[in-house]
Design a protein around this ligand. Structure first.
Ligand SMILES: Nc1ncnc2c1ncn2[C@@H]1O[C@H](COP(=O)(O)OP(=O)(O)OP(=O)(O)O)[C@@H](O)[C@H]1O
Length: 219
């Protein structure tokens, strides 16, 4: 930034395995979003290496990154980012139209409990319902990795637990990798592994031998 150099991540090195449920915890500004954006191919690192299976994501062109994002990655954001002028169904449908091996949009909407609300626009849905549409949209692409940036940050406790349950179901039922970044230490109990980020460094990785069920999580 002008004369100031901000190093968002430093010496960070780790592997994520297929089907893991990872929670990344850290204070504001510690580098969590930067990490998830690098893994999701939304940002490129100024140095270092990132691989998805054997495919490098560093030093690749925008077309390769676009294909990677399109086929391998689903994103869930804190503030849903739904298209306001499309219905719930159309929001999900749109993402399946660019994916290689998508799931049936209506089936996924039913799985998140919104089959009856498919023809409603985002403004006609509550925050929790909008987040469920956003999860359906990400899941319907059938990605290998689901990256979630503060997915429960704007929700009340019980709606947050419902959303965590959906993310956990996707992880368990489809064997997909889920990574959640959050300030909320309570969510860490659900993870197979917890990454603690501080000042751009990966301070510690904690392994949970017995991850909690979403219903047991509290904050
Ligand atoms: N585009 C950018 N230009 C300059 N600095 C940036 C940029 N993006 C992030 N940073 C800085 O990099 C550091 C890490 O930011 P990042 O957004 O990854 O943190 P975070 O842990 O996700 O924070 P929060 O929980 O508040 O979202 C911060 O110091 C931030 O100010």
């Amino acid at each position: 930034m002008g004369e100031v150099t901000v190093q968002a991540l430093k010496d960070v090195s780790f592997e994520i395995y297929k089907g893991e449920f990872i929670v990344v915890l850290g204070p504001s500004g510690s580098g969590k979003s930067t990490m998830i954006n690098l893994i999701g191919g939304m940002d490129t690192a100024s140095s270092g290496e990132i691989y998805f299976h054997d495919q490098p994501l560093h030093h690749v062109n925008e077309k390769t990154l676009t294909e990677y994002r399109r086929n391998a990655v689903g994103f869930v954001f804190q503030f849903y980012n739904l298209m306001p002028n499309l219905t719930a169904y159309e929001n999900v449908l749109l993402s399946t139209q660019i994916a290689k091996n998508p799931l049936e949009p209506m089936e996924v909407l039913q799985q998140v409990g919104l089959g009856e609300r498919a023809n409603h626009f985002p403004a006609q849905l509550s925050g929790g319902e909008q987040q469920r549409v956003a999860i359906a949209r990400a899941v319907a692409k059938n990605p290998e990795i689901l990256l979630c940036d503060e997915p429960t940050g704007a929700l009340d406790f019980s709606t947050g637990i419902q959303v965590l349950k959906l993310l956990r179901d996707f992880n368990k039922n489809y064997g997909k990798t889920v990574m959640i970044i959050t300030h909320n230490a309570g969510i860490a109990a659900m993870a197979d592994r917890v990454f603690y980020i501080k000042d751009g460094r990966l301070e510690k990785i904690q392994v949970n031998e017995h991850p909690s069920e979403p219903e047991e999580v509290t904050w």
